[in-house]
Design a protein around this ligand. Structure first.
Ligand code: T1G
Length: 699
């Protein structure tokens, strides 16, 4: 049974029972309809609706959305509850989200724990509520409050829900409290469908639309939700419900909803460690003490991420200046967290007390040294300058001082994890943990598995992700792993398009039009052109001489145009805002002339196509080489680490929408221009031939 029934005297208890979060599936909808009939046939006075386990109900079962809707439909279930001759009370703990919240709106009374989570997050999945929330919620809490919740997908606590009238009462034990509600209150409760949403002069739907366009740009669902709330103000309840149903069914089948569902489930799958670890059942101590070597931007961000998770951190630095810099960096992050209200003064003190910044004394006899600062360390992460020799020296110095079970990790963004591992006595304890700046905020964590990395070292990567609330993705060893390697392909295609006739502003506009919050050139100006420049120099010795090389970025670096930090990069920064800089366009034209290129205009569509095809082609190589274990993992890396629009479902989900055959045809056409750069990946050739999609590819 997806619903359990029992009664005490004339009180009925209906419990939702579909672990782990009581997602409302077809069986549960059937059982709820039967429960209403049961309560009426038993002549009960009230029914208390609650959820088994940790949740009231997490909403409709999204796994059903890829199939035709099956009756009974949730709006009919909610209507049946609302029109029942026996009043129903929603007793909410844990989460009451989406359809779970709508079940509660169909009840005559709602009681929640103060710490419950209530909301209508359907727009996060590319949907609108489909069981009456757009029509009932404004009738309960007013249009202004409904506009804050439904078009944004924002969830609130039971306490906040009480404050706006979404629930009638708060109690630590909602079921027990529901038994005591005065029967008169229940019998006099007016069903929301019979109320009016009223008008609210303070409400501006256009303002709400502007906000939605700014915050959830390119997404359809938020705007549809706003229109449905506007409808609630004037239409009859039944007309509003019809409009809502039509809108819900249309969005349910939309590419954006499919894309957002794909990411939702990919995120959950990613958090589960691979079988190799499960079966090995590695013995992993809980994370209590982490050493971070290097307290620079990345090191201090990584350290703070552990402090946030209440894990003791020791930052090792090479000199007093380094120690001072690390302390200042941590204090800056703490001050920002205090200012934003993320933490209070006590939490700030707690974090500071968990941190120690000390000198890494180079020790000629480190093999014997076991001072208390380095014993009982579970994990060491080096976050020093991106130089192989410096990292090797650091790793060789620290290894003898550690407990043999301590795991050693590198935060390198590009360098060869196998070469770093090779400098250790025990390379199996070594793993890459590639954090993204700012490391205490960005969710993505690339766990780089070297050829010697042991299951227990890999398990440590997952343990770090779980402790820090990060999104783990395992990557194999190659230059740039998954994300940076695809980013390099994007930049190469963008620079080639510059050379061939476009401008940084046109390319940025095109990619913002695709759904990025910021284009590739403005992004480089923010991160600094010197980082990519150093990587290009590092790759000079191994570069394929037959592959087209675009020198424009090098010219900017030569002129110390490193981006916003030097006041000029791809754009000019006379103040906080960027302005197009004719100097850059002169440099581009000069280099194009020197290369005898006949430049031409590129439309936004052409720019999007070139940059996205270059990314897809490189991603297909990454998948084919086994650097990424699935297309979904590549989607998570791009969405969580590189700003790829979430409502596109990620790069490979988008590629599957295009189809391998179309991709192959477009790449073949571009090969006429440059057969080396546009050489289709083996995987694209194979998928085009076999009509297989990338999502189903397993190496
Ligand atoms: N449908 C199906 N499965 C779901 C689910 C759902 N709504 N919510 C969670 N799961 C699965 C999830 O995939 C995972 O499975 C397990 O439950 C634990 O989830 C008609 C149309 C509730 C806050 O958008 O936000 O109602 O990986 O790992 O971190 O108007 O799940 O173990 O196999 O996330 O504790 C609206 C989505 C739906 C809420 C719990 N509801 N869920 O977080 O656990 S549309 C939502 C969440 C709708 C109506 C509309 C979170 C959570 P597995 P988890 P968690």
């Amino acid at each position: 049974m997806a619903v359990t029934l029992h009664k005490q005297a004339n009180c009925g208890f209906v419990m939702l029972n579909s672990p782990p979060v009581n997602a409302i599936n077809q069986k549960m909808r059937e059982d709820l309809i039967d429960a209403v009939t049961w309560a009426e046939s038993e002549g009960l006075e009230r029914v208390i609706l609650s959820g088994m386990g940790r949740s009231f109900a997490a909403g409709a079962d999204t796994k059903e959305f890829d199939h035709p809707a099956i009756s009974p439909h949730l709006p009919d279930v909610v209507n049946r509850i609302e029109t029942s001759t026996v009043p129903w009370i929603a007793a909410i703990h844990g989460t009451a989200l989406g359809g779970g919240g709508e079940l509660a709106l169909g009840c005559q009374y709602r009681i929640a724990r103060a710490d419950a989570t209530i909301g209508f997050p359907e727009v996060i999945l590319g949907l609108v509520p489909g069981a009456g929330a757009t029509q009932r919620l404004p009738r309960l809490v007013g249009l202004a409050e409904a506009l804050k919740l439904i078009p944004t997908g924002k969830t609130i606590s039971g306490k906040a829900a009480m404050a706006i009238g979404l629930v009638n009462a708060i109690d630590d034990d909602p079921v027990a409290a529901a038994k005591l509600i005065d029967q008169k209150i229940l019998s006099e409760a007016v069903p929301l469908s019979l109320m009016k949403a009223g008008t609210d002069k303070t409400v501006s739907y256009d303002t709400a639309r502007q906000l939605a366009i700014r915050r959830m740009r390119g997404q359809e669902a938020p705007l549809t939700a706003i229109s449905l709330l506007e409808t609630a103000q004037t239409a009859t309840f039944d007309d509003g419900m019809q409009k809502e149903r039509n809108a819900f069914l249309a969005l349910r089948a939309s590419p954006q909803a499919r894309a957002l569902r794909h990411i939702f489930f990919a995120e959950r799958a990613a958090k589960k460690p691979p079988k190799a670890i499960e079966t090995q059942k590695p013995t992993l101590k809980p994370l209590n003490h982490v050493i971070v070597i290097g307290g620079g931007t990345m090191g201090s961000g990584i350290a703070y991420a552990f402090l946030n998770a209440n894990i003791r951190v020791t930052i090792l630095e090479s000199d007093d200046a380094g120690m001072q810099r690390a302390n200042t960096a941590i204090d800056t992050i703490i001050s920002a967290s205090l200012a934003s209200g993320h933490i209070d003064q006590q939490a700030a003190t707690d974090r500071r007390n968990l941190l120690k910044v000390m000198m890494a004394q180079p020790d000629s006899d480190a093999g014997k040294r076991r001072n208390d600062d380095l014993t009982n360390v579970d994990l060491v992460i080096e976050a020093v300058f991106e130089d192989l020799a410096i990292k090797k020296e650091i790793l060789q110095a620290i290894e003898p001082a550690l407990d043999p079970n301590a795991i050693i990790a590198t935060n390198t963004s590009y360098l060869d994890v196998n070469k770093l591992a090779a400098c250790l006595d025990n390379p199996s304890r070594f793993v890459g943990l590639h954090f993204f700046a700012p490391a205490h905020i960005m969710k993505l964590l690339e766990i780089v598995k070297g050829s010697e990395t042991s299951p227990v070292a890999l398990a440590m990567g997952y343990a770090v992700a779980k402790s820090l609330g990060k999104m783990p993705v395992v990557a194999g060893v190659c230059d740039g792993f998954i994300g940076n390697r695809i980013l390099a392909a994007l930049r190469e295609a963008a620079d080639a398009t510059l050379m061939d006739g476009s401008t940084p502003a046109e390319i940025d506009r095109a990619m913002v039009g695709f759904g990025y919050a910021m284009g590739p050139y403005e992004t480089q100006d923010l991160s600094g052109l010197d980082i990519a420049h150093a990587n290009r120099r590092r790759l000079d010795p191994s570069r394929d001489p037959s592959r087209r090389y675009i020198p424009i970025a090098d010219c900017l670096v030569t002129e110390n145009r490193l981006g916003k930090k030097t006041g000029a990069g791809w754009y000019h920064y006379p103040d906080e805002n960027k302005t197009v800089d004719p100097t850059v366009e002169d440099i581009i034209r000069r280099e194009a002339e020197a290369a005898n290129i006949k430049r031409r205009h590129f439309s936004s569509d052409e720019i999007q196509q070139r940059l996205l095809l270059a990314m897809i082609n490189e991603a297909a190589n990454i998948l084919h080489e086994g650097i990424a274990t699935s297309a979904a993992d590549i989607d998570l890396v791009l969405v969580h680490g590189y700003g790829f629009p979430r409502w596109r479902g990620g790069l490979m989900h988008y590629a599957d929408q295009l189809g391998a055959s179309l991709i192959m045809a477009e790449l073949t056409k571009l090969c006429d221009e440059d057969p080396i750069f546009w050489q289709p990946s083996r995987l694209i050739v194979d998928c085009a031939k076999t009509r297989q999609n990338f999502a189903s590819y397993n190496k």
